[in-house]
Design a protein around this ligand. Structure first.
Ligand SMILES: C[S@@+](CC[C@H](N)C(=O)[O-])C[C@H]1O[C@@H](n2cnc3c(N)ncnc32)[C@H](O)[C@@H]1O
Length: 230
């Protein structure tokens, strides 16, 4: 099957543009930079870098930024976006496999809106810990899975939200489908309750901060986790 991100790379680029869509500029980017603090001089891995918008922003102060992604089409767009910048490199990776980077070679690993598309997180947890230096930062942002609880209640009340195409309990992990990318795509993703995001990383990382963001004061929208390598 063709990678869904290759299929929708053009749609994604149109919606995200240079600095990200409204969700990124209003909620996601401010949280990432708050978690990062001072990152001047650091080597950063943007795991699942998409169209490279964050790689470009980070490259202004970081020593070096690696953008890694499974989508050839998104990597092409990312390379085009940042072709004149010298402290950036890109690698095609599958985050379900061992990472092709040296042990302890980054001070920061960021997974920005990526992990909800991976069927398992065990490999990525182990591999991120391996490529990070001691006390390195591990920053995770995902769609907040609490939306599933909200949707379940709407469904039980007879008013299901048409965005979510798979209906199941908040506690049921697994593959689901949703309308996404500004309603221009149907994407497969993996739902897991918050406890799974916490428990899979605790063998390797200490949780420093957790953030739950909303854009409408009701529905949980973004779950952000800041960890340091143990
Ligand atoms: C919602 S996009 C987020 C992109 C970018 N981080 C952002 O916030 O704009 C999800 C990204 O995860 C990547 N991705 C999904 N599954 C992957 C995998 N198994 N290995 C590597 N990248 C993957 C996709 O190619 C896509 O770029």
């Amino acid at each position: 099957m063709k990678n869904q991100w290759d299929t929708y790379a053009k749609v994604f680029e149109e919606g995200m543009g240079e600095g990200g869509d409204e969700l990124h500029t209003k909620l996601i980017n401010p949280l990432i930079f708050k978690f990062l603090g001072v990152y001047e001089g650091k080597r950063i891995l943007d795991a699942g870098c998409g169209n490279g918008y964050l790689v470009k922003l980070l490259s202004k102060q970081a020593k070096h930024v690696t953008g890694a992604d499974a989508s050839k089409e998104l990597l092409k767009l990312a390379k085009k976006r940042t072709q004149k910048i010298t402290n950036i490199d890109y690698t095609e990776v599958n985050l379900l496999d061992p990472l092709p980077f040296a042990h302890a070679s980054y001070e920061v690993v960021i997974a920005n809106m990526v992990l909800q598309y991976l069927p398992q997180l065990v490999t990525f947890a182990l591999e991120s810990a391996d490529v990070l230096k001691p006390s390195g930062q591990f920053i995770v942002l995902v769609d907040h899975p609490g939306h599933a609880l909200f949707d379940r209640v709407q469904e039980l009340a007879g008013k299901p939200n048409p965005k979510w195409l798979t209906r199941a309990s908040y506690f049921t992990s697994g593959q689901r489908r949703k309308k996404s990318l500004w309603d221009k795509a149907i994407l497969e993703y993996y739902h897991r309750p918050v406890q799974e995001y916490i428990n899979v990383f605790t063998p390797y990382f200490k949780l420093e901060k957790m953030a739950e963001l909303t854009s409408d004061s009701e529905t949980p929208r973004i779950l952000g986790l800041l960890w340091t390598k143990i």
